[in-house]
Design a protein around this ligand. Structure first.
Ligand SMILES: Cc1ncc(COP(=O)(O)O)c(C=O)c1O
Length: 418
């Protein structure tokens, strides 16, 4: 258990139901539906994905590496999924390596390239820990970003030399939503370290950005199904033809020796169906969600004194509303939001009793005191106007209560962050 915060009276009673956006994403509804605005952590399974997966979770079985008809059918299903995933990501089918998710894809990219080629790794200071920790573990270094979280191209150029074999710069940031100028990054890498491989973590971008175009300059591209309406536990790394890496998992030699282990047939099939639907619906969903996000951030700024948007909106993906609330501890705020039925997250973690500011906000130069009041509300394909209205009311009320002071809040132990 963590520390204790001052807590005002509990909000109105009523058991919580779970209803995501009230539409196709509804899981159950009891008395008071949840407002789910944590889609960057995970977003509900799309119906297209569920339908595609159903046979592979029920009557169908088959190890894709086997020789009989059921195994051949499973193999055919994952090869069909591979083609869909490849098309959606602007890759050739043979370049798609299925993994257990984004973390494994990022780890395989960084660790696999370094193990094969030697040399060192460089990444932006705002990477997800799946990249950051892999780079740091290898002794690599990070590159600074500006106040919007955009990587500093001059600093990147200054860091690169012939000894660098891997550069990793994410497409969209998971905390504040900043989209990186990958074309420009690739230009710097090609000039300053022509032998280096460029990896991009596109996990948070897939639902909102045309990754086939935006990640085209990258040699390695990581994606994760559960961020775009596929199941948890499925992902992929695009490994462009000619890019060599050492497998992390060895054994049966699946995925053309790049990732051993029996493939997750249902997961892969569901990921492909979700990705196809995401790409097809993005022209409609992206502007709708962007308008909701803008209304949410503007509504929070108007309703909550001392609430400002982090970074620069014009550099962000459509889905992420990230704000800094002056004089409020986000851990305490999240407890009140949770009690009121709003699922959100913060870009900070409680380690050993000390509030650790987010490495992303620190890199953007956000003062520690302000970073302590960070709040991420992330929207997804099922999000509605009603979610936005209720979220503004709930956050405004919770901040008012916290500022007014009151009884104690027992903070839950911190978990890993998405
Ligand atoms: C940018 C980014 N990269 C990687 C990951 C890890 O993906 P997974 O949860 O599939 O392991 C996440 C998850 O939050 C993420 O946001």
């Amino acid at each position: 258990m963590g520390r204790t915060f001052s807590r005002p009276g509990a909000p109105g009673s009523g058991s919580l139901g779970l209803e995501l956006g009230g539409g196709a994403g509804s899981l159950a509804a009891v008395e008071r539906p949840l407002v789910y605005l944590d889609h960057a952590a995970t977003t509900p399974l799309r119906p297209e994905a569920f339908e595609a997966m159903r046979p592979w979770l029920t009557e169908r079985a088959g190890n894709p590496s086997g020789g009989h008809s059921a195994a051949r059918a499973a193999r055919a299903a994952i090869e069909e999924a591979r083609e869909v995933v490849a098309t959606c990501l602007g890759a050739a089918p043979g370049e798609v390596v299925f993994t257990s998710g984004g973390t494994e894809a990022d780890n395989l990219a960084v660790t696999g390239v370094l193990a094969r080629r030697g040399g060192s790794a460089v990444c932006s200071a705002v990477e997800h820990h799946a990249v950051l920790h892999a780079v740091e573990r290898s002794g690599g270094c990070t590159v600074t970003v500006d106040a919007a979280g955009v990587v500093d191209l001059d600093a990147l150029a200054a860091t690169l030399d012939g000894g660098v074999s891997l550069v990793s710069v994410m497409l969209a940031n998971n905390e504040v939503g900043t989209v990186q100028p990958l074309d420009a990054v690739a230009g710097v890498v090609r000039r300053a370290a022509p032998g280096a491989v460029l990896h991009t973590d596109a996990v948070q971008a897939v639902a909102w950005v045309d990754v086939a175009a935006a990640a085209a300059p990258a040699d390695l591209v990581a994606v994760s199904a559960h961020k775009f309406g596929g199941p948890q536990g499925a992902g992929a790394l695009v490994v462009r033809e000619g890019v060599e890496l050492e497998p992390m998992l060895v054994g049966g030699g699946q995925e053309r020796e790049r990732r051993s282990g029996t493939q997750n047939v249902a997961g892969i099939v569901g990921m492909a169906a979700a990705l196809e639907a995401t790409v097809a619906q993005r022209p409609v969903v992206e502007p709708r969600v962007r308008a909701l996000r803008d209304r949410l951030v503007d509504g929070l700024a108007a309703a909550v004194p001392g609430c400002v948007e982090s970074g620069r909106r014009d550099t962000k993906v459509a889905s992420i509303a990230h704000v800094l609330v002056d004089g409020v501890e986000s851990e305490a705020l999240l407890v009140l939001l949770d009690e009121a039925g709003l699922c959100a997250s913060a870009a900070s973690s409680c380690a050993s009793g000390a509030l650790e500011p987010s490495h992303v906000l620190a890199a953007m130069g956000v003062p520690r005191a302000l970073a302590a009041g960070s709040l991420r509300l992330s929207l997804g394909w099922p999000s509605t106007d009603g979610d936005v209205d209720r979220a503004i009311d709930i956050v405004a009320d919770a901040v008012r209560r916290l500022r007014a002071g009151g009884a104690a809040i027992d903070l839950p132990a911190a978990g890993a962050r998405g």
